[in-house]
Design a protein around this ligand. Sequence first.
Ligand SMILES: NC(=O)c1ccc[n+]([C@@H]2O[C@H](COP(=O)([O-])OP(=O)(O)OC[C@H]3O[C@@H](n4cnc5c(N)ncnc54)[C@H](O)[C@@H]3O)[C@@H](O)[C@H]2O)c1
Length: 263
Amino acid sequence: MDYQAADMAGKVAIVTGAGARGEGIGNGRAAAILLARAGARVVAVDRQLPLAERTVAMISEEGGTALAVQADVTSAADCERVVHEATAAFGGVDLLDNNVGVGSRGTVVDEDPDTWDRVMRINVRSMFLMGKYAIPAMTARGGGAIVNVSSIAALRPSGLTTYAASKGAVISLTRAMATDHARAGIRVNCVAPGPVYTPMVAGDGMSDELRALRRSAAPLDIEGSGWDIGEAVVFLLSDRARYITGQTLAVDGGVTLTAGRRR
Ligand SMILES: NC(=O)c1ccc[n+]([C@@H]2O[C@H](COP(=O)([O-])OP(=O)(O)OC[C@H]3O[C@@H](n4cnc5c(N)ncnc54)[C@H](O)[C@@H]3O)[C@@H](O)[C@H]2O)c1
């Protein structure tokens, strides 16, 4: 989709997990770059400041405007500060891409209770907290839009049980937030990525065989990337999606259309 620079001119967008390893393109970094190309001023949030700073440098090199903010989005104080810093730098908040999430493998029998709690904190509490502080700022501006990043693991579970439960909670949270804040002019939607190839999965030392298997799981038989997720995020955050709220958009090359495969 060819966004014009004017589409999001004047808008301020927060992207959590906007960093990525090295020069790689993760889902958050791609969304941040695409939002800036559409004219938004971007607040790139990451627990690791240098990774967010690299995203900001990439945006600046293209002539866009962005600010890097170090924060751990499982911390209420950090999330509140992110909104304050966005408001101080750019005058308010209009858009939020709640992108931070971590994986976990195994059944409830295998899962460590502490890992369950950690995954829920990072994947669900973070989105609650960022919404808690960003929504009043959006309301003060007359409305806004939020994307919460879920996963097709929530729609078609396959051996990632804690992760699937957390990403299912993200879908329910999205529907509740969409209902609660519709009258304030705030839309809330989910993007559910399929097996896209990002620095996170590449960095885990994925073999060529597994990479090919992930690709061939999609009926379209193409490999998804962070850019594919970023494009969906930008669309749902844009006014082009003004009549869409509470929905979950699978961006997966059709993986969820097919029968599940046992790992
Ligand atoms: N990559 C995939 O195949 C895939 C598939 C489905 C869903 N997703 C979802 O997409 C989202 C992004 O995935 P990715 O592969 O681009 O992620 P990633 O692992 O590359 O993470 C992006 C950034 O998030 C930051 N981060 C992690 N925890 C944080 C915290 N507590 N506070 C602030 N920043 C934090 C990391 O430092 C990193 O720079 C996640 O929600 C993930 O669950 C990814």
